[in-house]
Write a protein that binds this ligand. Structure first.
Ligand SMILES: Nc1ncnc2c1ncn2[C@@H]1O[C@H](COP(=O)(O)OP(=O)(O)OP(=O)(O)O)[C@@H](O)[C@H]1O
Ligand SMILES: [Mg+2]
Length: 359
């Protein structure tokens, strides 16, 4: 293996149940110390993909290589325990009749002293050193999860598969354990494939996100790119609330309450959705029926009336009805909470709008 070769490579993986394909032609690769998140709604095929990589599901077709060695192919099937793959699932279970130390040592080979050293090293890494001789039932959920992590990492798997491993934890605990987990895995040079249906978790953890929908990967890229350059309306909507302005193309242009939008190469008569996230809607006060002047960046402002304002922590979410018809929402600093009925002017950041033909 060259240093830059991916630890985990999947080519054209397809899985079916009762003739129904639930994972279709999935290809991806993960390098040493990298985290790839499989993100998508319930039932889109995330767990099935993971189970196929682990070897507990038999795919219809496809190839899987770990450190360049084929573990699945037309004539290859390496059994799960020989794949060098670690697993952490949501319903991880420690062995209740084994101490913390013995749980972690369970999958280790070598002398008793070497095992004890590895157990100590990992428990210190997850800040659980003083629980080495405790029993699983004496630990809180978060502590058990950290032990489960240490146990999964202990045999130094080349690849770690994690299926919603943090969803059982409360928010504050989760952030800490997530970051801890990542730093341990990165240090070990493990390739991580993490399944989640939460975009915030994916953006926080991933070097790369693969967005799945109904068995297909619809988009793959770094969190920043996937958020700021979504493949379609649904991909945009998966990461935040969105505003949609509907229009129809005429001479490569679409008329909207915010002025004309370019729709290059889109045939006349095509219906388009102009999508913008609430944080890219700018709001301004009404000055005797007039709003701010149009600018190249923000286009023409449109008048609207506040219908609802909600305080949601670090920002406020304000909903509007446009004079020209339609609704829009905007997030604004939470010091600002305009009353329903207040007239305002909205402008949308043109460089943050996405124009998609309607599907
Ligand atoms: N053993 C099975 N037999 C038949 N159908 C299955 C089996 N396992 C999964 N499926 C179906 O395959 C599809 C994908 O399931 P999968 O568990 O991979 O989804 P998921 O993306 O992990 O969803 P979630 O976020 O809810 O865990 C679903 O429609 C599911 O009903
Ligand atoms: Mg699942």
């Amino acid at each position: 293996m060259t240093p830059s070769a991916p630890r985990l490579e999947i080519e054209h993986l397809t899985c079916a149940f009762d003739g129904q394909q639930v994972v279709r032609n999935v290809s991806l690769s993960v390098g040493a110390g990298d985290v790839l998140c499989l993100l998508g709604p319930s039932g889109c095929g995330k767990s099935t993909t993971l189970r196929a990589i682990a070897g507990v599901e038999s795919p219809q077709s496809g190839k899987i290589r770990i450190d360049g060695t084929e573990v699945l192919g037309p004539t290859t099937f390496v059994p799960p325990e020989k794949r060098g793959v670690g697993l952490i699932f949501q319903d991880f279970a420690l062995f209740p009749h084994l101490s913390v130390a013995d749980n972690i040592a369970f999958g280790l080979k070598g002398t008793k002293a070497a095992k004890r050293d590895r157990v100590r090293e990992l428990l210190d890494r997850v800040r659980m050193g003083r629980y080495i001789d405790a029993w699983p039932h004496e630990l809180s959920g978060g502590e058990q999860q950290r032990v489960a992590l240490a146990r999964a990492v202990a045999p130094r798997p080349q690849v770690m598969l994690m299926d919603e491993p943090f969803s059982g934890l409360d928010n504050r605990l989760r952030d800490g354990i997530r970051d801890e987990t990542l730093s341990v895995l990165k240090e070990e040079g493990t390739a991580v494939l993490l399944v989640t249906h939460e975009p915030e978790e994916a953006m926080r953890m991933a070097d790369e996100i693969a967005l799945m929908r109904r068995g297909d990967i619809v988009q793959m890229g770094a969190p920043y790119n996937i958020y700021n350059n979504p493949a379609d309306r649904a991909a945009a909507a998966f990461f935040s609330d969105i505003n949609v302005i509907e229009g129809e193309v005429n001479g490569a242009l679409t008329d909207t309450p915010f002025g004309q939008f370019l729709a290059p190469g889109v045939p006349d008569g095509t219906e388009v959705d102009i999508v913008i996230r609430p944080q890219h809607v700018r709001i301004d006060f009404d000055r005797a029926g007039r709003g701010p002047n149009p600018t190249p960046q923000d286009g023409t402002p449109a008048r609207a009336v506040v219908t609802r304002s909600r305080f949601i922590g670090k920002e406020s979410l304000v909903e509007f009805r446009l004079d020209a018809g339609g609704v829009m929402s905007a997030t604004v600093p939470s010091v600002f909470l305009p009353k329903p009925g207040t007239p305002m002017w909205l402008a949308i950041r043109r460089d943050r709008c996405f124009v998609f033909p309607r599907q």
